[in-house]
Design a protein around this ligand. Sequence first.
Ligand code: ACM
Ligand code: ZN
Length: 286
Amino acid sequence: IKEVVKFAEEHFVNIIPEIEMPGHASAAVAAYPNLACFPSPDLKVIESWGVFEDVFCAGKEETFVFLEDVLKEVMALFPSEYIHIGGDECPKSRWEKCPNCQKRIKELGLKNEHELQSYFIKRMEKFLNANGRQIFGWDEILEGGLAPNATVMSWRGESGGIAAAREKHKVIMTPEDYVYFDHNQGYSLQEPLTVGRLTTVHEVYNYNPTPVDSLTIEQQKYIYGVQANIWSEYVTSPAKLNYMLYPRLFPFAEIAWTETKNKNYSNLMLKRFPHHIEKLESQKRL
Ligand code: ACM
Ligand code: ZN
């Protein structure tokens, strides 16, 4: 990690780590069963992918001790001001039945498990803020109330980002319908195996990360940027990674940096694309 961070710094790139909580934690609770609501030797590292019910217990103090320790190690490795703490896709089924989680809900006078998740994220934010860091969270962190200084990554569409901007929170737009590069990029049957769905170069190019119809000029200032996601479940080689990234990364760069009025699709495709393709070919990336 130190080498990667150094290489990135030399190229003016800031790496933001994501430590997922309280969901997507099945490997962690398999290794440390006490951190689950219902510890059991049956908790296994999952060998497929998806969203799983055994998440970090939000009622036990040791969960927070553990995660603060993890984040201390993360902060020592990553100088980034921002640290992503996930927050997405956390089923609440275990919390609903867990005596520790229910005790926490009662003691704090919380309304439901969404407010318990909000407590979880706010508590971790407080820890990171006290250490001079800021948090990113996926848009689920809006449910049950936003942590005071959180920046929201809006992935389940734009509505989470719109709501966060209206609450004067910084937003990164990354809606799955437009900027998920693990989707197919063409209609051909020869496209490689992916998670499915379709996101073409043209769709990426037509996406405007600033929802001008839903936000006032003042609120639009909270849209800090746009992010493309490529989840790697189906990315089986560096060559496939390049295939999934390019050429969609070119229109993506354009929507990140170019004002809408200056966008020009045919200029991008006919004038500039050929140079990019030539460069990638010479780098043996296509
Ligand atoms: C996400 O794609 N689960 C953020
Ligand atoms: Zn619990």
